[in-house]
Ligand binder design. Structure first.
Ligand code: XCC
Ligand code: SF4
Length: 630
C-alpha cells in the first residue's frame, strides 16, 4: 500500500481556525465573518435581473414587473449584465498584458529587465512577420513591444494571435462574426452595446461576450503570457513547496500577492541578494523568505521555485501568522481587508500600482523604469520591520507539501517526448501525448482553473474533482488558485501518482511528472489554448473533438467569466460550479448552455453538486472518445 498522503481540507481548516483565534485576540475580522453578514445574498442580483445601467432605475424584474422603465425585458437585462461582467474581466487581464508589453520596452542589456528567452522572442517575431535576421535582440524586443501595444488599439484587422488557432477554429470564429479586433475595442464595444437604449437581444449580447472573451484569451492574456516568458524565461519543471508552512519564523517574511510578475520578479531578485540578506541578519533575522499568494505567486513559483503560501481565500491567513513583515501587492484579487487587518499586526501592507490603491496601505509606486530601486527599498522596509513583530502573536501552521511546477506548453512537449514507444519526435510535437490519449492510457484531460469562493467550501471542489479525475486516468492541467489548491493538498507531488488510475500512473512514472500539471497563472490559460490548438493540429482533429474540457468549480471574478467565454469559444466545453448570475433569464441560460454550441461547437454546464460535476465531465470526455471510436 502506498504511504503517500494528501493534506486534507480538514487540516487546512484546522490551521485557519487556529489563525482566526489570533485574529480574535487583536480584534481583526476575516472573510469568514463578513460572509455571515452578507448572507443571504440579494436574490435579484443572484439571478442577474437587476439593472442600474441608467438613472431611471434601478429596475428589477419581478412577477409583477416584467419590464424595466425603458421596456427592457429580463433577457436583455441578464444578457447585458453578463456582457458587462465579461468586459470587466477581459479589460483586467488585457491591461495586465499591456503592462508586460510596456515592461518589455524597458528591457536592456544589463538592466533590471532583460530578454531571458531570446529564442521565444524571435519565434514570435517571425510569426508576426517581423525581420529578425541580424537584429540586436533588444532592438527587436522594443519593436515587438510596440507592435504588441498596438494590438490594443489598432484600427484594422483582427488579433494577430488568432492565426495560432487551427484553420477550422478560425473559420468558426469568422462564420459566427466573433473574431476579436483590437483588444481595447472589444471592451469599448461591449460597454457601448450595453448602454441604455442599445442592444437588448440576448443572441447579440452573447456573441459579443464570446468576442470580448476571445480578445482576452487570444489577445491580451496571450500578450501577458508570451512576453512574460520572453522577459522572465519560459517555465520549466522546478521543485517548490506550498501552504503556509513555507513561511519561516526566523526569517523576514515577504509575501508577494497579485498578478503582474514585473514587480514580484524584482522583489525576488533583490531579496536573494547578499546585500539584503546581510541587512536582514543585521536586523536579527536569519534570512529572507519570499513566498506568494494568488497568481503572482504562480508566476514566480513557475520560474524561480518561490514557494506558494496560499491561494485567494488564504490571503488574510498570511497576515494572521503574525510573522509577515510585508505583504507586497500589485494588481487584482487583493482584499481591501488587508489594510485594516495589517494594522492589527506589525505587517506592512504595501500597494504599488496606481491601478490598485487602498486605504490603510503604504503606497510605493512601482514603474518598470524605477523597478530595481523600488524593489530594493521595499525589501529593506520589510527587513527593518522584523524587530516590530509581537512574538506572542506569531504562529505559522506547519503544513506544507512538495510540488513540481513549471509546465509551460514547451515544457510539456519536451517532458512527454519519448514517453510512448513511438519514435521520439525531433521537432517536439504533442504527438506522444496524443498517442497516450488515443491508446486510452490517458482517457483525456481537464483544464482546472479559477478562484476560491466562499459559496463553495474552499478548495474542496478543486481537490475532490482532481482526485476523482486522476483516479479515472484523466490528466489535469491547472492554473490560478486551482493550481495552488492542488499544490497545497499534495497533488503536484510526483508521489501523487499513487492516487491515479493504472494508465495515468504509468505515464507519470515514465515521464516523471505529477498527475496535476501546473501551467501557471490565470493569464496563462492562454497556454492551455495553445496546447489545445497544437493537439488539434497534430492529431488532425478539431479542438471540439478532443477529449478535453475546462472546469472552474469555485470561480468568483469577472476575469473567470471572460476566461470561460474564450475557452468555450475555442471549442472546449466548460463546467462551472458557481452560477454566473444568469439564472433569471431562460433565454440567456439556454444560449450559454446550448445555443452557442451551434457557433463554436462547445457550451457551458453549470452544476453546483461537485460530485455530479465530476461525473458530467467524465461522461463528456468518454462521449468524445466514443464519437472518435477510441
Ligand atoms: Fe484571482 Fe488569479 Fe481567481 Fe485566484 S484564480 S482568485 S482571479 S488569483 Ni485567477
Ligand atoms: Fe431600468 Fe432600462 Fe434604465 Fe436599466 S436601462 S435601469 S431597465 S430604465
Amino acid at each position: 500500500m502506498s504511504e503517500f498522503k494528501l493534506t486534507t481540507v480538514e487540516e487546512f481548516e484546522a490551521a485557519t481556525a487556529r489563525l482566526l483565534e489570533t485574529g480574535a485576540k487583536v480584534g481583526a475580522d476575516a472573510w469568514q465573518m463578513r460572509v455571515k453578514n452578507q448572507t443571504p445574498h440579494c436574490k435579484f442580483g443572484e439571478q442577474g435581473v437587476c439593472c442600474r445601467i441608467c438613472s431611471m432605475g434601478p429596475c428589477r424584474i419581478t412577477p409583477k414587473a416584467s419590464r424595466g422603465i425603458c421596456g427592457c425585458d429580463v433577457h436583455g437585462i441578464v444578457g447585458r449584465n453578463f456582457l458587462r461582467f465579461v468586459a470587466g474581466g477581459a479589460a483586467t487581464h488585457s491591461d495586465h498584458g499591456r503592462e508586460i508589453c510596456i515592461t518589455l520596452s524597458h528591457a536592456k542589456e544589463g538592466g533590471d529587465y532583460q530578454v531571458k528567452d531570446p529564442e521565444k522572442l524571435i519565434r514570435i517575431a517571425k510569426e508576426w512577420g517581423v525581420e529578425t535576421e541580424g537584429r540586436d535582440i533588444y532592438d527587436l524586443a522594443h519593436e515587438m513591444s510596440e507592435l504588441a501595444q498596438e494590438e490594443y488599439g489598432k484600427i484594422k484587422g483582427y488579433s494577430r494571435w488568432l492565426k495560432r488557432a487551427p484553420q477550422h477554429t478560425q473559420d468558426l470564429w469568422h462564420a459566427a462574426g466573433i473574431e476579436p479586433r483590437a483588444i481595447d475595442r472589444e471592451v469599448s464595444c461591449a460597454l457601448h452595446m450595453t448602454h441604455m437604449g442599445n442592444t437588448s437581444k440576448p443572441e447579440a449580447l452573447i456573441r459579443q461576450s464570446l468576442r470580448n472573451g476571445l480578445s482576452d484569451g487570444w489577445g491580451g492574456s496571450m500578450c501577458g503570457t508570451e512576453f512574460s516568458d520572453v522577459l522572465f524565461g519560459t517555465p520549466k519543471p522546478i521543485d517548490t513547496e506550498a501552504n503556509l508552512g513555507v513561511m519561516v519564523e526566523e526569517n523576514v517574511n515577504i509575501v508577494v500577492h497579485g498578478h503582474d510578475p514585473s514587480l514580484s520578479e524584482m522583489i525576488c531578485e533583490y531579496a536573494d541578494s547578499k546585500e539584503m540578506i546581510d541587512y536582514a541578519k543585521s536586523m536579527g533575522a536569519k534570512g529572507i523568505t519570499v513566498s506568494g499568494v494568488c497568481c503572482t505567486s504562480n508566476e514566480v513559483a513557475m520560474r524561480r521555485g518561490i514557494p506558494m503560501a496560499g491561494n485567494f481565500l488564504q490571503q488574510e491567513n498570511v497576515v494572521l501568522t503574525g510573522a509577515c513583515e510585508a505583504i507586497v501587492v500589485d494588481v487584482q484579487c487583493i482584499f481591501p481587508a488587508l489594510g485594516p487587518l495589517s494594522k492589527c499586526f506589525h505587517t506592512k501592507f504595501i500597494t504599488t500600482s496606481p491601478i490598485c490603491q487602498m486605504p490603510d496601505s503604504d503606497f510605493i509606486e512601482f514603474h518598470s523604469d524605477n523597478a530595481g530601486e523600488t524593489a530594493k527599498n521595499i525589501v529593506k522596509l520589510a527587513c527593518e520591520n522584523f524587530k516590530n513583530r509581537r512574538p506572542e502573536l506569531v504562529h505559522i501552521p506547519q503544513l506544507k507539501h512538495k510540488a513540481t511546477v513549471g509546465y509551460s506548453v514547451e515544457a510539456i512537449v519536451k517532458t512527454l517526448d519519448g514517453v510512448t514507444n513511438s519514435q521520439v519526435d525531433e521537432t517536439g510535437t504533442t504527438k506522444p501525448l496524443i498517442e497516450c490519449i488515443t491508446s486510452g492510457v490517458i482517457r483525456g484531460a481537464v483544464a482546472m482553473v479559477g478562484c476560491n469562493n466562499p459559496k463553495v467550501r474552499p478548495d474542496t471542489a478543486h481537490i475532490e474533482l482532481m482526485k476523482k479525475l486522476i483516479a479515472n486516468d484523466i490528466v489535469i492541467i491547472a492554473s490560478g488558485c486551482s493550481a495552488q489548491a492542488a499544490a497545497r493538498a499534495g497533488l503536484m507531488d510526483k508521489a501523487a501518482k499513487d492516487l491515479c488510475g493504472a494508465g495515468l500512473k504509468r505515464v507519470c512514472e515514465l515521464a516523471d511528472i505529477p498527475p496535476v500539471l501546473h501551467m501557471g497563472s490565470c493569464v496563462d490559460i492562454s497556454r492551455m489554448m495553445i496546447l489545445a490548438a497544437e493537439l488539434a493540429k497534430d492529431s488532425g482533429l478539431n479542438i471540439s473533438q478532443l477529449p478535453v474540457v475546462g472546469c472552474a468549480p469555485e470561480w468568483m471574478s469577472e476575469k473567470a467569466v471572460s476566461i470561460g467565454n474564450y475557452v468555450v469559444a475555442t471549442g472546449l466545453d466548460t463546467f462551472l460550479g458557481v452560477d454566473p448570475y444568469v439564472s433569471g433569464s431562460t433565454e440567456v441560460a439556454e444560449l450559454l448552455t446550448s445555443g452557442v454550441r451551434d457557433w463554436v461547437e462547445a457550451a457551458y454546464t453549470v452544476e453546483k453538486d461537485i460530485d455530479k460535476l465530476g461525473d458530467l465531465m467524465i461522461e463528456r470526455i468518454e462521449a468524445k472518445r466514443d464519437a472518435l471510436g477510441i
